[in-house]
Write a new protein. Structure first.
Length: 554
């Protein structure tokens, strides 16, 4: 685990004069990094200082397409604690601009909702009936089968009480609902003795969400519907042909239900693991021949997961994995089908140290991933951090309601990038001496990665990430601005956990508005002004190790 950076930061800022040349024309950085700017205030740097050879070059006059909505999370904002009581992070989901809420590992699945069914442990002979919907040994083969297929459409067999609470919480947070069907939660049954009934129950769950089945006055319109979750892992242990059949039935059924309700819906899947490329080579795995089995017509998107290597995680490894998956999808005949990363993080819980998810590196890695996912060549059109609520989460809870909630460093990275939501990307490259300028996944190995965009109000934001152990002096070069004096606000998110206070009502902890406001004020900022001539200007900065910088421009 790497050491955390202090919350208070300083930034070396010098006036570099006007830059209208390529990065190879820039002078070397001063060894001492230059003078220091306080965390708040307005600075006019000294003129004539040499520019670092490392440059983040942004052209606000060169649009690159819409900002991709990759600002989602897994899990609803409410969490039941094992010791009793609950915590409610709805205000934090809203304040940190969570755009989509993927409802996975929250109990919205056939086993917990449909009551006239039986779970059997198939790992023993003869199979035996077991009680419950989650089990500690997730790799055992367990079937979930309805008792009477003729009653699958009987609303009295469904209990949507918890589902409705979760849907309401997700909607209240301001995030759009990303519905996952056709699988049970972690540790749940992973097979079925009746594919048709399994599919019909899953379709009825979707119908309920849109207000067309056992409706209790609710009606939501999921932004996407994902069929399946990690079927190439422990979430499906049945026959490959059964999974393909179930997937096809669910996609067709959801589309029919949406049409009958006068809605349009995008459906895809199947939420494959981060080892899906290997799984596709194994003939006994559901990933093998998946695209051909479901046909491209049933894939409005292809979804998979990415977990890196904990404290050893690197952006080049992430970029290589995403690029390889994109290439594989092209070879499978779906080169233009968007990719959804419905789970991603610096690593997987049982493989990482607890501190890996609250370190400064977790923030810089998350920021780098959010940058890579804006690369049009990867075509990632949706992504969901795992997770919003524990474990491995943006917002951490204690063992009891009295311990409240803490904001982790990764949450600040998501919030910084979500400031581009709804905007248009503009050209952003990293140039290093005489080397070619790079961007997106191709620039994952550069000393810095960057992304920039024009926001809905016409202003601009540049996000620069240093996912290394070394501070990096660089010049921010901006072209396409009106001539005159430009003002840039430099924003640094906290790189350690931030506690939010609140009240406990009915044994539920809810953050106070004042505490959320105070937490947001933990972001440090400063303002620098610089002249622009010939529609270009530049200013040197230094980005500390394992840190993120958001630069707001006119």
């Amino acid at each position: 685990m790497r050491p955390r950076l202090p919350t208070t930061r300083t930034t070396a800022v010098l006036l570099a004069g006007l830059v209208q040349l390529g990065c190879g024309d820039l002078a070397s950085a001063p060894k001492d990094g230059g003078s220091t700017v306080p965390d708040a205030g307005t600075e006019s740097p000294d003129a004539g200082s040499p520019l670092p050879s490392l440059v983040v070059a942004v052209d606000v006059s060169a649009p690159q397409g819409p900002v991709r909505d990759v600002f989602g999370v897994n899990k609803a904002p409410t969490l039941q604690l094992r010791t009793g009581g609950a915590v409610d992070a709805t205000k934090l989901y809203d304040a940190f601009a969570v755009s989509q809420v993927r409802l996975h590992d929250v109990g919205i699945d056939p086993c917990t909702i449909y009551k006239d069914a039986t779970v059997r442990d198939l790992s023993v002979s003869p199979p035996r009936v077991v009680v419950g919907c989650t089990f500690p040994d997730i790799v055992k083969r367990r079937s979930w089968t309805v008792n009477d297929a003729s009653k699958v459409d009987d609303p009295s067999n469904y209990d949507f009480a918890k589902t409705d609470v979760l849907l309401a919480a997700a909607a209240k947070s301001g995030g759009k609902i990303y519905l996952r069907i056709g699988a049970n939660d972690y540790g749940g049954p992973n097979d079925t003795g009746d594919v048709d009934s399994f599919a019909r129950v899953s379709i009825n769950i979707y119908r309920h969400v849109i207000g067309r089945f056992k409706s209790a006055g609710i009606s939501y319109d999921p932004v996407f519907v994902e069929v399946g979750n990690e079927p190439d892992g422990a979430f499906w242990r049945g026959d490959r042909a059964d999974f393909i059949s179930a997937y096809n039935l669910m996609v067709d059924g959801v589309r029919t239900a949406a049409s009958e309700a006068g809605k349009t819906v995008k459906v895809g899947g199947a939420g494959f693991t981060d080892t899906v490329l290997d799984a596709m080579t194994r003939t006994d795995n559901v990933a093998h021949g998946f695209v051909a089995g479901v046909t491209p017509a049933r894939l409005d998107f292809f979804s998979a997961h990415h977990y890196d290597d904990c404290s050893a995680a690197t952006l080049p490894s992430a970029a290589a994995a995403l690029s390889a998956l994109r290439a594989k999808l092209s070879s499978e005949g779906i080169p233009t089908v968007p990719l959804h990363l419905t789970e991603w993080n610096i690593g997987l819980g049982n493989k990482c140290a607890a501190g890996d998810f609250t370190s400064a590196q977790s923030q810089s890695f998350a920021s780098g991933m959010l940058t890579l996912m804006q690369d049009g060549a990867l075509d990632v059109s949706a992504a969901h951090f795992y997770s919003g609520m524990p474990p491995m989460s943006l917002f951490q809870s204690g063992a009891s309601v009295s311990e409240g909630l803490r904001i982790t460093p990764s949450a600040w990275a998501l919030r910084a990038h979500a400031g581009l939501r709804g905007g248009t990307l503009v050209k952003a490259e990293v140039c290093n001496g005489t080397e070619p300028c790079v961007s997106g996944a191709a620039g994952a190995g550069a000393p810095l990665v960057a992304v920039a965009g024009r926001r809905a109000d016409g202003s601009h934001r540049v996000l620069v990430t240093n996912d290394s152990d070394t501070a990096r002096p660089f010049a921010l070069r901006v072209s396409g601005l009106p001539a005159g004096t430009a003002s840039a606000t430099l924003r640094y998110p906290p790189s350690t956990e931030v506690t939010v206070e609140g009240t406990v009502t009915g044994n539920v902890f809810v953050p106070s508005d004042a505490s959320v406001t105070a937490a947001l004020a933990k972001e440090t900022s400063s303002t620098v002004s610089f002249p622009v001539s010939g529609a270009a200007g530049a200013v040197p900065l230094t980005l500390p190790a394992r840190s993120v910088l958001a630069v707001d421009l006119p």
